[in-house]
Design a protein around this ligand. Structure first.
Ligand SMILES: *Cc1c(COP(=O)(O)O)cnc(C)c1O
Length: 490
């Protein structure tokens, strides 16, 4: 055998690392013959029991992948031979990895409360329980229990918005982008919608007011200037093609200095006078006045409805603290028209969203704001954060190679709201003797549970404002694991 392999190598056949299965004899190719086949491997007791547990397709795929990788490594001369036991172990690991969730919880130590990449608002326990209660069984989602006939899924949340924000009607769709689109498409298609040049915003990704208008079929009629728009600019632009006025909350940016924007009351009066609907995209959709907690410039939804805005749109998973959703709230007549738009069906939400939203709104009615995680985090004071931070910092300091200290810092609401505003916090600033801040940040991110932190001035900083109190221990353990791993490797 050995002699034969030598001879084949002399034939100078090149390796094809992309297609290692290509027939081509070389020492490595010949070694591949020693690699057991998929079937042989699957007959081994450990893998046979794995197929019983996880199902054959998943294990077969993992086995093929492992064998493919081994061939490539052999072709690259990275190793010479593999033991069946080592292969078995790799296959077990690969199968486990394939059966793992890709979407998984992380510890958010960034201090960004509505972190879009980390899932925006975490849900309250009440919302999670209500989802669990209705998700796995039948429910009266669209069934009127009193009448015993078909009902509407809107009723579950409509009644709560009516009480909390004074809305005559509320519709729920998948997100605020869909809500704005639906409002424009229903109320202004084939006509014009008037928008101030200072409000032609883009919200992260692809939500841009001019593009949403274009897609909705409403022609955008820009008025005023970037920094100053007056009520007279709107009035002068109204013509026979005008179908609606749109006011947009600038959300993620601020125009400062020489600025002017009409008062909401004046816009409402103009809309009434011209018999046009006024749509207001509020974005964040605070249901509470958060000014006492240091958040300015986020007017509560109820204020706009009280002022007479016809349709207010906002997100469910920003300041409201509920599930991803888009809300359209306001006067009955335009909202009933929006509901009849065939696209409403395309944008409607499922029972999980309605359950989470209903539970969140009930907490508002009960004024149990602390039970809503995003609101609780916004309202945390440095006095509440500091003792926890001190404790964790102390624990990190005792680990070999780690340094940690408390530092004043700032948390932000995020989610494209309240730009330039922040909440004072106490950060834990961590450095390591041999790991750079970037390396430490990456190590925390790859830890189980995953920890997402920030790097500032060559230090890893942790903000416990966005860490749930019952995660403090897991966070400490994550550092201990890193500290002791470091010990073992010398
Ligand atoms: C966030 C935001 C949107 C988009 O809302 P989603 O729920 O993310 O679709 C639209 N308009 C404004 C003003 C916003 O702040």
């Amino acid at each position: 055998m050995a002699v034969e392999r030598e001879r084949n190598w002399d034939s100078g056949c090149a390796m094809n690392t992309k297609h290692p299965e290509t027939k081509c004899e070389s020492p490595a190719t010949a070694k591949w013959r020693e690699i057991p086949s998929v079937d042989e491997l699957l007959q081994r007791p450990a893998l046979a029991s794995l197929t019983t547990r996880m199902g054959r397709p998943l294990v077969v795929e993992a086995t093929r992948q492992v064998l493919h990788d081994v061939r490539i490594r052999m072709a690259q001369g990275l190793h010479d031979r593999v033991s069946v036991e080592a292969l078995e172990l790799e296959i077990l690991r690969a199968s486990d990895a394939a059966a793992e969730f890709s979407l998984r919880p992380v510890i958010n130590a960034t201090g960004v409360i509505l972190h879009t990449n980390l899932g925006r608002a975490p849900l309250s326990r009440r919302a999670i329980e209500h989802i669990a209660e209705v998700a796995g069984r039948y429910s009266n989602l669209e069934y009127d229990l009193d009448v015993g006939a078909r009902g509407k899924r809107d009723v579950h949340t409509d009644r709560l918005f009516a009480r909390w924000a004074g809305a005559e009607r509320t519709l729920v769709v998948n997100n605020n982008a869909a809500a704005v689109y639906l409002a424009l498409n229903t109320l202004a298609e084939a006509g014009e919608v008037i928008v101030s040049r200072g409000e032609l915003i883009e919200i992260g990704g692809s939500f841009r007011i001019p593009e949403i208008c274009a897609k909705s079929g409403a022609a955008l009629r820009e008025v005023g200037t970037t920094n100053r728009t007056r009520i007279g600019d709107y009035a002068a632009a109204v013509n026979e093609r005008t179908r609606a006025l749109l006011r947009v909350h600038p959300s993620n940016f601020r125009v400062v200095g020489f600025t002017e924007r009409p008062r909401l009351d004046d816009l409402v009066a103009l809309a009434r006078e011209k018999h046009l609907p006024l749509i207001e995209d509020l974005g964040s959709g605070c249901l509470l006045d958060l000014a006492p907690f240091g958040i300015a410039g986020e007017p509560p939804v109820g204020e706009s409805i009280k002022a007479g805005v016809d349709v207010v749109t906002f997100s469910g998973d920003k300041m409201l603290g509920g599930p991803q959703a888009g809300l359209l709230a306001g006067r009955k007549e335009p909202l009933d028209r929006i509901r009849k738009n065939p696209l409403f069906r395309a944008f409607r939400v499922d029972k999980l969203t309605i359950a989470a939203l209903e539970a969140t709104l009930l907490l508002y009615l009960e004024e149990n704001f602390r039970a809503i995680p995003a609101l609780r985090m916004i309202r945390l004071t440095t006095d509440e954060i500091e003792p926890r931070a001190a404790k964790l910092s102390q624990r990190i300091r005792t680990l070999p190679s780690f340094e940690a200290e408390l530092a004043p810092g700032e948390s932000v609401v995020g989610g494209g709201s309240t730009p330039g505003q922040s909440l004072p916090t106490r950060l834990i600033a961590v450095t390591h003797a041999t790991l750079s801040a970037r390396q430490l940040e990456a190590a925390l991110r790859r830890n189980i549970p995953r920890v997402i932190s920030r790097v500032e001035r060559d230090r890893v900083v942790l903000d416990l404002r966005t860490v749930f109190e019952d995660q403090d221990e897991a966070l400490a353990l994550a550092f201990e694991r890193l500290g002791h791993g470091e010990n073992r490797s010398g």
